[in-house]
Structure formats: C-alpha cells, structure tokens
Design a binder for this molecule. Structure first.
Ligand code: TRP
Ligand code: ZN
Length: 878
C-alpha cells in the first residue's frame, strides 16, 4: 500500500490564494435524475499576484460541461479540468467572471458530502470539503463571499426550496417547475453553503431580538413528524435569548431555518441561516425519545445556533483552526445547558464524557493537539479532542481570567474579528489585550497533545501550624511530540478542616495562589500555607478546573470525607468515583478487596441517597459505578476486559446485596404518576430510578424481575429503554425476550430501531457476534444509513470491550469486515468505526496481537479510502 505521505498537509505551509472570489452566483436546475449547476464566480487577483499566475480551483468527482470567462467560452488550451480540480492556465489580470457548468447525480452520492438525496429530499453537506463536489471552487475557509442562489425544481417532488440567507424571489417556471432565489448578504466560506429541496412538512414560530427585529423561525421535516419538532423549536428560542443575555449576541438575518434529514454523517451543521440536522437530534416525543435524547436535542440546537457568531460571523482561516469554532462553541453550549439545567450535574456529565472519550484518544495512537499541525484527511480531525478538549481549554481561560475578564476578551473578539477567517493566535491575543496579561505558555494547551498527570503530596506540621502542598505535573510523549514542557494548569482548590468546612490561612508562599486558585505553571510547585490549625484534607481541581489526571494520594477514608463534606459537588462525585474505581481496579488485577472498604463505600452511598440537600440527578450520578472502560483506563496497560467484567460483577454484588431492600424501596417510592415532562425535576427523578435499577440488576437477585416489570409497565421511552438496556447489559434471563418485544413493538420507527441496535450490541453472550452478522446481512437492513451503522457497530466497539476484544479475534474480524464494506459506500463512517481499535496498545499482549493481525489484513485490501487508511496507519504505528 502507498504510504501517502505526499498527501500530508502542514499548518506551516499556509499561504493565502493568489486570487480572491468576490461574489458567487449559483443556479441549480434540479430534476429527478440529475442536477445541473451553473456557477458564476466573480474573481480578482490579489495585490502582488504576478500576471500569468495560474488559478487552481478544487473539484471532487465532478466533470466540466462548459466554461467561459466574461461570457466568452474558453479554448481548450486555456484550462485543464479533471476529477480533482480545474486550472485556469493564465487567467485575466483583472476582475473577471468565471462561468462553469457541471452535472451532478445526487442519487448516487453515498458519501453524503456535497449534494445528495436523503429519503427523496435533496440536501447538502459541505463542511469541510463538500462544496468542491458541487462546483469548482476555492474550497477553503479563508475564501469568503456573498452568495446568491437560484433553484429550479419540479413542484410536485420539491415544493420546498431552501438556501442560505433571505428569500428574494419565488415563482412558476413552466412545465410543472418552480423557482426561488435566495440571497445571503454575509460573506461566507463555501463550507457554510446549503441547499434543500423536497416535499417537507414544517412548523413555524418567531423570535424578536433584543433590538426589536422579528425573525421568522421554521423547522422542516418529513410529513407527519411536525409535532415531534416542537421541543427543538422551544430549544431554539431559548438559545437565541441566552446568547443575547450571556454574550450580547443577536441574530442577524430575517429567517432561521432548520431541516431534519435522516441520512447525515454527523449530528448537525451550522450552515448560515439554514441549519441541517440529523433527524435524531430534532424529533422527540415521550413515547419514542428518552430524557437523554431531549437533552441532546436542546444542546445541539443551541450548538449550531451559537455557531452563527462563533464559526460563521467569525470563521477559521484554515482547518487546522477547527477548534477555534468547535471548542469555543462546545464551551458555549455546555454553558447554555448548565444555565438551563443543573450546573453541577451538567459538569459531571461533560467531564465523564471527556474522560470516557477524549482521555483514551489523548493517551493512544490517535492523539493530537486541539490544534493539530498536520493532517492527511481533515474529516478524521472532527474529534473529541478538537471539540471537548477544545472546550476545556476555553473553560480554563475563563477560570484564569475570571468571568468578567473572559467576557471582556470575548467582546473584543467579536468586535475585532467580525467578518474574519482567523486563528487561535488571534483568539488568544484578544484575551491578552483585554486583560493586560501574557498567555504564551497557556497556548501550549492548543499545540501540545496528551493529558497531563498531576501528583499531589502533602506535609503537615502541627507544631508550626504549617501545611505544605506539592503539585507536580508530567505529560507522556504523544505521536510526533516526544518532549513535553509544563502546561499552565489552573487548580481550583480548598483545604477542608476536621469539621467539614473550608479553612482559611494567614499566609501562603511558594507559588501563585489567588483566592481559591493555584496556577501550576512549572514542573513542580510547593505551596506553604501558614496558620493551619489542623491537618486539612485538600480538595483539588474543584469543578474539574483542568483536563488532567490527578493522583491525589488520598486514601479511601479521606476521599469519603470529601464525598460527605466538600462544598464542591463535582469533587463530591469524583471522590466517590475514585473510591470505587480504585477498589474495582484492585479486584480486576486479582487482589482481594477489604470488606471494610466496601462497607464504608456502601454507607457513603446510602448517606448520599438520604441527603435531603442533594437533588435526584446528582444522586443518580453519585451512586453510579464506573463502567468497564473507566476501570480499564485506570489500569492503563495489559488490560484484560474479561477480568474487568468479572471483577466488576462480583464487586457490585458485594456492594449492593446488603442494601438491596433499601434500594428497592427507594426505587418504588420514586415512581412518577404525572404525565411525562422532559423538565429537570422529572428527568432527575427518572435518572435516579435508573441508577438504582442498574445497581439492583447488577448486584442483587431481585433486580432482573424489577427491570422486566419496569419494561412492561413503562409509560415513556426513557423508562422502557433504560429497563431494556440494563437487562441486556447484564444479560438477564429476560434480556433476549425484551429485545424481541422492543423490536416488534416499535417496528415502524427507525430512530427507535437505532436504540434496539445500540442495546443489542451490548449483549454479553457468545452468540452476539453471529447475531450482529445476521442483523447486518438482512436484506432490508438500511446499510447506507450512518445512524443505523453507528448504532450497531459504533456502540459495539466503544461500549462492549469484552466482546470486541474477544480472544478468538471474532470481534476484531467482524469489525474489519464491516469496515471494508462500509468504506466503499461512506468512508467517513467507516473510518470513525475503525477508531475503536485505538484501545489496542492498552490491551494485554494476546488480545493486542489478535487486533493487530485483523488490522494488518484490513490493510491489505485494495482501494481503501484515504479516511480509513489514515486511521489504520496511525493506529498500527502507535
Ligand atoms: N460543524 C459541525 C458541528 O457543528 C460538524 C459537522 C457537521 C461535520 N457535518 C459534518 C463535520 C460532516 C464533518 C463532516 O459540529
Ligand atoms: Zn460545531
């Protein structure tokens, strides 16, 4: 296989194009079979461009039908066109209009990039490099232009015709055709272009902005699904209000449209004024969507809306800067969810997600910084590191600068860079300038990969009432980055006295401490606190103030003390998690646990459940037992997933059996008798019930029957799905029957079918892989739909480690075979599923070599996409 190094693109090679695009006029003629695209691009050489410099436009899989400059057709010698682009050998050295025509076949576009059809609807996905599959263009984010788009289509199949911006014109076009003209006055990069044409239902509403402008809002969907869009609409209006209040950001066009489609490579896309959504992130009803689905809908609607300022008005100079828009926008959506729901619960959620997805990425063969400096395939860099760690970096800025200082920087960012395609450096610079600080070393978070490990040691001297705290940081090497210099790590902390309250101190020396914030910016600092009357228990990284792994050195007793007394809810939760993770890892490594430790943990869980000051959602998280991947991560190397699964089961039984009656009574008392509402109070209550059920099924003999009954009597999807998933994960006697029932009960609904696929892939029995093969091979399995494929295969590789890493290699082989097939249809989806193999380096040797062997034989396949090759080679190199 070709090593493809010639395809590597480096940040250091960035240069502006010799030509600019001043404006774009597009004319789409849509028919059932083909779509003709005529593009008129007004182009100009930049100052300093030499006459005779060729103009190279991107293209991907398209072919040129006609070409003219300023209305005059070009002679053959004046240009060269192929599948990968169009070169004008010697364009005019002045402003000119390039007119091209290409013919597209959206029906056969299975990659879902560019213009394609989803259930009959024509739709587009252009980020990051899809626009070049629609027309020849300078398809890069630093080329900004206003767009005018005419769409002509058959009225019968496409009564709805949408594009970016405001509607200028609409009318009849004869022969059963009609047309529209949309204009987007805001210069934008091509990746934000969108077009939708189809026969769609819709709901409509409006929002009045803070300056009194009325914006028409609409959500378009399959006919019959309109009522399932209401929660998304409500979320949109709340997002618009929140961005005004929290960041002073107002919406800028007269219309904001959202379209839900069923075939989509990602969650959703922030196209200017025309967001396109994966329908699973729009449709919600109590019978078909879970509380978690409602929360995701709210979050993603907000995320895409917030991109209007962080992404669209201010965009990226190049794709290396992706986290400029994504990390910042995730930070904004996390803040929105925190304000709309419970802040501590949201924080725990976001950190759990970071630890489960980003930490393994950062510690494995696919590690890269939030702003990478090289890529072969940009689609493989829409990662949890760019998104979630990118958000953590912004959060650290806010922590270090304080709320006011952070807002000053954001205001300056919006002020100075509105209309720009810019960089991480420019983003950092506004915070430096607005706050008069220097953030050079802080910027390392953007350019260095790896999760720093912070070790705390302490020393108390009663005689002098002095407490010494030493914090040391260390980061392991990552691909291409062997040496690591110290990061700037904000450590929010408190010293908790014997009575459970935070202590003060008379003086502190040895490092930077301001109020409750330590800035650790060296390899090591030792802080000396004076006037400490008793030995404190340190509570470090409150609110998870930095994305690091902490070795606190605290024993179980001190951790349980934190779990009871810390004023910081995040650290209360984290202390309980540390205690169980530690005990579980010990058990998985074959050491016997001490029953006294289990008794103490049980008591702490019961005390948490009985604490009237804690809300249900928090309690649900607090009593959760770390899952197999959490434990594997803690062990770190030579991992044996079977041993972990067995140890975990035995541990939960020892923990739960003695309190099963209490948990069952609480479970029963939490039943909800009112009508379903997705609001915080019911959601919290249901999540606590689910957490209790989870403990009871895994750790007692009364659980399985409770789950079966909850499944049968559930009045909403949240409870029914929870009962199903818990039964399957623990492979109870009823599990198979419940799977069968669920399948037939909701047979018409594809989003519920996805839930069935996710649950099915969690089974623990030896028949699982054969069953998955049967599911995939069924003639009516929608094998080109990303949601279906990810539900079955993604959930298997990410969440069923014992089966995926089976010693007989059948799990590895199954995935490699599936990836080979999917790669021919949709490389983005194939490559993403393959990333599940990133866990190989942490497995014990036999499983590791079985996995490598499966990858080696995948590597021998001909014609693998660049997406899949890139992931494959990086994992094999690691
Ligand atoms: N920008 C989108 C977001 O808000 C990401 C995205 C949507 C995407 N569709 C895509 C990325 C297709 C790659 C390919 O997160
Ligand atoms: Zn985004």
């Amino acid at each position: 296989m070709r090593t493809d190094t010639e395809h590597t693109i480096f940040l250091r090679d960035y240069a502006p194009t010799p030509y600019r695009i001043i404006s774009v006029d597009l004319d789409f003629k849509i028919t059932e079979e083909t779509t003709r695209v005529r593009a008129q691009l007004t182009i100009e050489p930049r100052d300093g461009t030499e006459p005779g410099t060729p103009l190279v436009l991107d293209g991907d899989g398209i072919s040129l039908d006609s070409i003219a400059i300023d209305g005059a057709p070009l002679v053959l010698a004046a240009y060269a066109a192929d599948e990968n682009g169009l070169t004008l050998v010697e364009p005019p050295h002045r402003r000119f209009v390039l007119e091209t025509e290409v013919l597209l076949r959206p029906e056969t576009n299975s990659k879902l990039m560019g213009l394609y059809r989803s259930s009959g609807t024509w739709c587009t996905q252009c980020e990051p490099e899809g626009f070049r599959r629609i027309t020849y263009y300078l398809d890069r984010p630093d080329i900004l232009a206003p767009f005018k788009v005419r769409i002509t289509a058959p009225k019968s199949v496409a009564p709805v015709l949408l594009s970016n911006g405001n509607l200028l014109e609409a009318g009849e076009a004869g022969d059963g055709m009609h047309y529209v003209v949309w204009e987007d006055p805001f210069p934008k990069p091509a990746y934000l272009f969108a077009l939708v044409a189809g026969d769609l239902g819709s709901i409509h509403d409006s929002f009045t902005t803070m300056s009194g402008r009325k914006v028409d809002l609409a959500i378009y969907c399959t006919h019959g699904k309109e009522s399932e869009c209401l929660y998304a609409m409500d979320s949109l209006k709340r997002s618009m209000a929140w961005d005004e209040k929290r960041f002073g950001r107002e919406y800028d066009l007269d219309v904001f449209n959202i379209v839900a489609v069923s075939d989509f490579n990602f969650g959703a896309m922030e196209n200017k004024g025309l967001n396109i959504f994966n329908d699973k992130l729009v449709f919600a009803s109590p019978e078909t969507a879970s509380d978690a689905n409602y929360a995701s809908i709210e979050r993603v609607i907000a995320h895409e809306y917030f991109h209007n300022w962080t992404g669209n008005r201010i965009t990226c100079r190049d794709w290396f800067q992706l986290c400029l828009k994504e990390g910042l926008t995730v930070y904004r959506d996390q803040e929105f969810s925190s304000d709309e729901r419970s802040r501590p619960v949201q924080r725990i959620h976001d950190v759990e997600n970071l630890r489960v997805t980003q930490f393994p990425e950062d510690g494995g063969p696919l590690a890269h910084p939030p702003r990478p400096d090289r890529y072969r395939e940009i689609n493989n860099f829409y990662t949890t590191t760019v998104y979630q760690k990118g958000s953590e970096v912004v959060r650290m800025l806010a922590t270090i600068l304080g709320e006011e200082g952070f807002r000053k920087g954001m205001d300056l960012y919006f002020d100075r860079h509105d209309g720009d395609a810019t960089t991480i450096e420019a983003f950092i610079a506004v915070f430096e300038e607005a706050n008069g600080v220097e953030l050079g070393q802080f910027s390392r978070w953007y350019t260095e990969a790896g999760t720093p490990e912070v070790t705390a040691t302490e020393d108390y001297d009663a005689a002098t009432q002095t407490y010494r705290l030493t914090l040391t940081q260390k980061t392991n090497p990552t691909p291409n980055q062997p040496e690591k210099a110290p990061f700037v790590i904000p450590v929010r902390f408190g010293l908790i006295g014997p009575n459970g309250s935070d202590m003060g101190w008379s003086a502190v020396s040895g490092g930077t401490v301001k109020d409750d914030l330590i800035i650790l910016d060296q390899d090591s600092v030792t802080l000396t606190f004076e006037g400490i009357a008793n030995k404190p228990v340190p509570s470090l990284f409150r609110g998870f103030s930095a994305p690091v792994k902490l070795h606190s050195g605290l024993g179980q007793e001190e951790l349980l003390f934190l779990a009871r007394h810390d004023v910081d809810p995040f650290n209360r939760w984290d202390a309980l998690q540390s205690v169980s993770t530690h005990l579980l890892a010990e058990a998985a490594e074959g050491r016997a646990w001490d029953n006294g430790n289990i008794d103490a943990l049980r008591q702490a869980l019961l005390d948490t459940l009985n604490d009237a000051n804690l809300d249900d959602a928090f309690k649900a998280q607090a009593i959760g037992i770390p899952d197999e991947t959490d434990i594997a991560r803690h062990i770190g190397r030579d991992v044996d997933p079977d041993a972990i699964a067995q140890a975990r089961a035995a541990f939960i039984t020892a923990l739960v059996a003695p309190m099963a009656g209490t948990l069952e009574a609480l479970f029963a008392s939490l039943a909800i008798h009112e009508a379903y509402s997705p609001g915080a109070s019911q959601t919290g209550r249901r999540s606590l019930r689910t957490a209790l059920l989870s403990l009871l099924v895994a750790g007692s003999d009364i659980g399985a029957a409770l789950a079966e009954r909850l499944y049968a009597n559930a009045g909403n999807m949240t409870e029914r799905y929870a009962a199903l998933a818990i039964s399957v994960r623990n492979w109870t006697p009823d599990a198979q029957a419940l799977l069968g029932d669920f399948r037939t009960r909701y047979s018409g609904d594809l989003l519920v079918f996805d839930k069935w696929l996710v649950a099915s892939a969690q089974a623990k029995d030896d028949g699982l892989i054969e069953r998955m093969r049967t599911i995939l091979a069924a003639p009516d399995f929608p094998r080109t739909n990303p949601n279906r494929l990810r539900s079955l295969l993604g959930s298997f590789v990410m969440n069923n480690p014992a089966q995926f890493t089976r010693l007989d290699a059948s799990g590895f082989r199954f995935i490699c075979e599936a990836v080979t097939e999917i790669d021919k249809v949709n490389p983005q989806v194939a490559a993403r599923i393959l990333t599940g193999f990133r866990i190989l380096p942490m497995l014990e040797q036999r499983r590791r070599s079985a996995g490598r062997a499966a990858l080696e034989s995948l590597k021998n396949q001909d014609g693998l996409s660049r997406n899949t090759q890139d992931i494959l080679e990086r994992i094999l190199a690691g």
